[in-house]
Design a protein around this ligand. Sequence first.
Ligand SMILES: Cc1cc2nc3c(=O)[nH]c(=O)nc-3n(C[C@H](O)[C@H](O)[C@H](O)COP(=O)(O)O)c2cc1C
Length: 184
Amino acid sequence: MDNRAHRKGNCMIDRTVTGHELVLEPHDTIQSRTDARGVITFANPTFARISGYSRDELVGAPHSIVRHPGMPRGVFYAMWQTIQSGEEFFGFVLNRCKNGDSYWVFARVAPHRNPRGEIDAYSSVRIMPKREAVAAWAAVYERVLAVEQALPRDKQVAAGYAAILEHVRKSRAKSLRELAMRYV
Ligand SMILES: Cc1cc2nc3c(=O)[nH]c(=O)nc-3n(C[C@H](O)[C@H](O)[C@H](O)COP(=O)(O)O)c2cc1C
């Protein structure tokens, strides 16, 4: 077991992992909504069932409650850049269940605006990814994570993001979104 735990906000987030993967079924749709800072305001029953957290535990927690230590920081930087600029983000994400198991999803994260036109919420829908997508993105994330982990913490996000963009370029895709869509 990788034994790491991080304190975030008021809640202690456990980051230990078991190495066991829970594979989503084709009909599973995980839905959540957050405020502008990424604090969960709604979680559907499927999110609770798959993640192993109760809906009460999820609502009010930062969305990073399901963050898996195998995910590069640069991916979340790309996600936040995209949604804060008013665009939808599409990508593959490895998440962590409450008991340390993991599950892969294909995620769509969208921004929502209030009547004044300001982004005040985000929503996400996650479905079962194809297995070939999981294999491909797991390999990419492993490489990006190695780039990040070779550096001090303050350099990791920029280097991880640059490594992702380099992968997009080498794959001859116009954007991370276009590359992700190739696997859908
Ligand atoms: C609507 C929405 C959905 C998100 N879904 C996930 C998710 O499924 N898994 C995840 O690790 N982060 C998700 N995030 C990103 C987290 O807010 C956070 O940036 C990420 O977990 C990295 O956490 P860290 O900055 O503490 O490392 C989501 C954010 C938003 C706004």
